[in-house]
Design a protein. Structure first.
Length: 173
């Protein structure tokens, strides 16, 4: 097989291109274009971002009509969780309308990826993702949420106005 010789083509920039003036001017055009646009930065924590419907935030355990936890300890949420963040132990329910209830229920929010698989897997609609997005804390232990903390999230978010209510409370101060 014969090797083909290729003629090398070189492009020599002219003086205008070698000074990089067109590149600098196009960069400044983009910069000045953004400089005069309206900024959407929020002054957090004084101003809160209101999540849109369907936002997947912190997890809650829902209550039924009598105020009891809706969970029947079927463990489908723990099975569906890809991060293995949910653990529970079921026991005999003290109520006549169900066989089991969770004796203890824990979610490790450090492992949770807020994917919503637990919500989709639950046949009783007992677990749900809320609009709460700012649940940072100073210790790891406080981000392992037990049943009481998850039911507290239900009480805080049952009306869907978690951040609007906080904004009104801050205005009163």
């Amino acid at each position: 097989m014969k090797v083909k010789k290729v003629k090398r083509v070189t492009i020599k920039p002219n003086l205008w291109d070698s000074l990089y003036i067109p590149a600098i001017l196009s960069g400044l055009k983009v910069t000045f274009g953004h400089l005069f646009k309206k900024h959407i930065t929020l002054e957090y924590p004084d101003e809160k971002w209101f999540p849109p419907p369907g936002h997947r935030g912190a997890i809650r355990l829902n209550r039924d009509e009598q105020g009891r936890e809706r969970c029947v300890a079927c463990e489908m949420c723990a099975t569906a969780c890809p991060a293995d963040a949910i653990s529970m132990q079921g026991g005999a329910a003290p109520w006549d309308d169900r066989e089991k209830y969770p004796v203890w229920f824990k979610i490790d929010m450090l492992r949770c990826i807020l994917c919503g698989m637990c919500q989709e897997a639950c046949p009783e609609d007992a677990i749900e993702l809320t609009e709460i997005y700012d649940f940072a804390d100073y210790s790891r232990e406080s981000l392992i949420w037990d049943k009481e903390r998850l039911l507290k999230n239900y009480d805080l978010t049952k009306d869907g106005n978690y951040y609007k209510r906080q904004l009104e409370e801050n205005k009163k101060r």
